[in-house]
Design a protein around this ligand. Structure first.
Ligand SMILES: [Zn+2]
Length: 507
């Protein structure tokens, strides 16, 4: 039996997004629990599809003594404030320092955190925790598939285990792999040799979906290489592109019993990714093109056509309140279509005040000041109101107790709009059931999500079309005003390199 400290602090930082993550954002519950410190941690995370839940389940079953630090996360946004970073990391370091005779440390991190005062959030956390526990204590970290893995993160941890699916249906499973890694390291069986490579091109968010195409093949390769003799661990991160700092982008890590085993696995995986560069290219439609195509397909389909409003995904730093795709549904007269969840607490409040069946004049959405976007002023009918409390039932949000605040289903010219008071991407059918909508019975569904919705919606979909309406989660990296990437990094597959023409201004 070993004594293991466990904790987590997660944020996916889109440095181009409109609003920052404050301490209050980490403290509050949304789709996941709010900041939980100490003993309450285990109950708060139990049964949820997140890394720490899988780790705790596996490590407790192995008979280890688990000591809680804190676990928190905030919805992706711009930088974590200095106050939030210092308070949360400070608490964790303080609790860690108070624990004696530790055998290991497990951390449930994202891997793409940027704070106001620190580019490499996870690397800095690891540096501070390493200072507390010393150079020899095994530290194992689970990371999101969208981690921007830095040299510091690799150097200061003993093993990084990264999700292998997008949608992330394997978050808890990754925590279990992390538990096995820490077990082995504590027992002196773990691979102490590391290899780390950064890819020379960025992978656009929607091209990292592991249901199809090159990402599916890459993660199949990860599983095969993990079984090679002498290899003790191997992971691939697609990276998170809208993060303007030198270590942004895709990368991989491998661990082995010898340096040559780790190096060989890393080289093989690097080659597998490099030869698929062109296959990672982006395929998207404009809002009007997408709605026309959806109507054409839906006319002869039994199942819904799903439109991914991919650039306003609150899981990628969007505010989930842009109106571009909604406007196209209205202008193309996509009667019967449903779009959600649009984040607009004021509209939800007005709908509640008016009541079901009433008409209400609203300036709906469009409050984020995104260029090319604006509120939609109209009189809407309130079809349904809700309290926003529901439990996720799909593979991604399974078991998550969501608190979306006041919700409402509005209608305008036959198009229905699901409105919520908390920013959570529409990635679970329960979020629509909550407002009386049965997704499988619909013709056209538009979701404010980039890829995670596929876990629950692809099985009921006729097809999925990826739409680029104006929004902060830019899929075509050529539109991002990068200033601080590493020279030579191609910002799109086969695309221009940073610092050259078309690769954003380095000046
Ligand atoms: Zn992710």
């Amino acid at each position: 039996m070993a004594r293991i400290a466990v904790g987590g602090f997660q944020h996916e930082t889109n440095t181009f997004a409109p609003s920052k993550a404050t301490y209050a954002d980490f403290a509050a519950a949304s789709a996941w629990p709010g900041l939980t410190r100490g003993e309450g941690l285990f109950e708060a995370v139990a049964g949820i599809n997140i890394g720490i839940a899988g780790f705790v389940e596996a490590a407790a079953a192995a008979g280890h003594d688990l000591l809680p630090l804190s676990w928190s996360q905030a919805t992706p946004s711009a930088q974590v404030t200095e106050d939030a970073f210092e308070r949360i990391v400070g608490q964790m370091a303080e609790d860690l320092a108070a624990m004696d005779s530790l055998d290991g440390l497990y951390l449930d991190l994202h891997g793409a955190m940027v704070a106001d005062h620190i580019d490499d959030g996870e690397g800095e956390m690891l540096r501070r925790f390493r200072d507390v526990v010393g150079p020899d204590l095994p530290i194992v970290v689970s990371l999101d598939l969208h981690a921007n893995v830095t040299p510091q993160m690799v150097a200061l941890s003993d093993c990084l285990e990264i999700y292998r699916t997008y949608p992330h249906v394997d978050m808890a499973a990754t925590g279990k792999r992390a538990a096995a890694q820490l077990d082995a390291l504590i027992a002196g069986r773990g691979g102490r040799f590391k290899a780390y490579r950064q890819l020379p091109f960025m992978i656009p968010l929607s091209s990292g979906c592991t249901y199809e195409g090159p990402a599916k093949e890459i993660y199949r390769e990860v599983k095969l290489l993990a079984q090679e003799p002498g290899v003790t661990g191997i992971s691939f991160a697609c990276g998170f592109c809208p993060a303007d700092f030198p270590d942004a982008g895709a990368s991989l890590v491998a661990y082995g019993e010898t340096q040559s085993a780790a190096d060989a696995a890393a080289e093989n995986l690097y080659a597998a990714a490099a030869e698929r560069e062109s296959a990672f290219a982006l395929e998207v439609l404009s809002p009007v093109e997408a709605v026309r195509e959806a109507k054409r397909i839906a006319a002869h389909a039994d199942k819904p056509v799903i439109l991914a409003d991919a650039q306003d995904n609150p899981g990628g730093g969007g505010n989930a309140d842009t109106t571009g795709l909604l406007r196209a549904l209205l202008s193309e007269q996509a009667e019967g279509a449903v779009i959600g969840n649009l984040f607009d607490p004021k509209a939800a409040e007005a709908a509640h005040a008016a009541g079901e069946g009433a008409a209400v004049a609203l300036s709906l959405g469009g409050h984020s000041g995104i260029p090319g976007d604006a509120p939609l002023d109209a009189e809407f009918r309130v079809l349904r109101i809700g309290d926003g409390r529901l439990t996720g039932t799909g593979p991604f949000y399974k078991g998550a107790h969501m608190q979306l605040g006041r919700t409402a289903l509005l209608e305008l010219n036959g198009v229905r709009i699901a409105v919520a008071s908390s920013k959570v991407q529409l990635a679970d059918q329960a979020m629509l059931h909550h407002l009386g909508v049965e997704p499988a019975a619909e013709k056209i569904l538009a979701v404010k999500s980039t890829v995670h919705f596929r876990a629950d919606f692809q099985p009921i979909a006729e097809t999925v079309l990826v739409v680029v309406a104006p929004g902060p989660v830019i899929l075509d990296n050529r539109e991002l005003p990068f200033r601080r990437l590493r020279p030579g990094l191609r910002i799109m597959p086969m695309g221009p390199a940073f610092g050259t023409e078309g690769g954003s201004a380095a000046s």
